[in-house]
Design a protein around this ligand. Structure first.
Ligand code: CTP
Length: 410
């Protein structure tokens, strides 16, 4: 898979404060730079007790700054210079003490001084708390976290689980990969803010007996990419997934199902509560009419068994019939005459928009080329028709969807 550079051109000031999670910040620097960002590390004295500036300089390719008296700055105003260049300041880890300092607007060392002096309208502050669970749950820290939100900062996490002290609970810093995803999402345009999206993804598995079944090659990648892109765009997302082993995108509510009937039962009750339904799942059109309770044995059989099939409900067509239902988007995987088949499907299912792609070549791949088809128009995505990675396509589809929702808004 080609490396993603979602943070290309972004300059991040990464502040480290005192906490054992400082060791994870080294990995975070690596991930941020791999994603295309330039990273300037600023450390407090307490952070330097946990990890050396040498490590962070080596990983970021820039000398670490830790004092407001740093004579390397020609005007001796590191707090101003650093925050004027930054697209965001990320404090990871943010100790309980540092959060309290931010809330009080204290400025007795470089990092807090810089946060206070930053131009708030163009340099957002993202804070990733990291502390013992008792410290995190203490009313003082909870008050501080609320106050930070009120002051316009963004609080990332914290996560939950094993803590360095041996206790278990809330307060762990998010993992570096999670922080990276949070930051990438943070910079995406919020074109679907407040919208609720319901998405199906992956194949279904229709059991024949306890060990066998009928399924297909759908990887679920397009549906998962759409769920991620929708969440990044500010939507509240529910993803109903067939049997795939893909990680759930951050902030997305996932419901796992096996069969088409289970998918139908999961989707239909949620349909009216959502603004948009996107059906990317490759739902099996038929299922075995009866399920054998025990494994069908070969032993003692002279002829191969035959199976009677029965039709599965069409989930998309059913959602399209829901009164005051969501705006429905279908997917059409075709092997030829894409536009013709996609438009016929659009009409047959009674939906306003369908996305065509030429399968099965796209199944399991990380890139795709789409054809966006409505009742009157169609266009290729991307415009030149060249295969593009599914997350980039998904983000472009969200922008397109936002425009279409505006056009049909009452
Ligand atoms: N779909 C669905 N429920 C089904 C079958 C399909 O929700 N039981 C949705 C798919 O998620 C997709 C769209 O309908 O968004 C198109 O599915 P497809 O199987 O390609 O269409 P069919 O109507 O089954 O047509 P055909 O198999 O003849 O191509």
């Amino acid at each position: 898979m080609p490396e993603r550079t979602d943070l290309q051109g972004r300059h991040i000031v990464l502040g480290l404060t005192g906490g054992i999670a400082c060791y994870k910040s080294a990995e975070l620097v690596r991930l941020l730079t791999k994603a295309g960002a330039t990273v300037q590390v600023v450390m407090t004295e307490a952070a330097e007790a946990f990890i050396t500036p040498v490590t962070l300089q080596a990983l970021s390719g820039r000398p670490v700054v830790s004092s407001q008296w740093d004579a390397r700055e020609p005007n001796n105003m590191a707090h101003i210079n650093l925050s004027r260049e930054a697209d965001a300041i990320v404090i990871a880890p943010a100790s309980a003490d540092f959060m309290a300092k931010l809330v009080q607007g204290r400025a007795d060392e470089l990092l807090s001084l810089m946060c206070l002096a930053r131009p708030r309208e163009r340099c957002p502050l993202l804070v990733a708390p990291a502390m013992n669970r008792e410290m995190w749950s203490h009313p003082a820290t909870q008050r501080n976290a609320q106050a930070l939100l009120q002051d316009g900062a963004h609080v990332l996490g914290p996560g939950s689980g094993d803590q360095a002290c041996g206790e278990v609970g809330d307060g762990r810093m998010l993992e570096p990969a999670e922080l990276l995803d949070e930051l990438i999402a943070f910079f995406q345009p919020k074109v679907l803010q407040g919208q609720r999206l319901l998405i199906t993804a992956g194949p279904t598995f229709e059991p024949i007996d306890p060990v066998r079944g009928i399924t297909n090659h759908s990887s679920g990648k397009m549906g998962f990419a759409l769920a991620r892109a929708a969440q990044e765009a500010g939507a509240q997302v529910t993803l109903v997934a067939g049997p795939v082993h893909l990680p759930t995108p951050r902030g997305v509510a996932r419901i796992n199902v096996m069969t088409a009937l289970q998918m139908f039962d999961a989707v239909l009750p949620l349909a009216a509560q959502n603004d948009v339904f996107i059906a990317t799942a490759a739902v099996a059109d038929w299922r075995p009419a009866s399920l054998s309770e025990h494994k069908i044995k070969k032993e003692g059989k002279k002829v191969a068994p035959t199976f009677e099939l029965t039709e599965n409900p069409d989930i998309l067509a059913a959602v399209a019939q829901v009164p005051q239902g969501p705006y429905c988007v279908g997917f059409a995987a075709e092997s030829e005459r894409l536009l013709e088949h996609a438009r016929a499907k659009l009409q047959r299912k009674g939906i306003p928009l369908i996305i065509g792609n030429l399968g099965p070549a796209t199944f399991g791949r990380d890139d795709n080329a789409l054809l966006v088809v409505d009742a009157q128009t169609h266009h290729a995505l991307p415009a030149d028709g060249s295969p593009t990675d599914k997350l980039t396509l998904a983000r472009a589809l969200m922008a397109e969807l936002a425009q279409r929702l505006q056009a049909v808004a009452p």
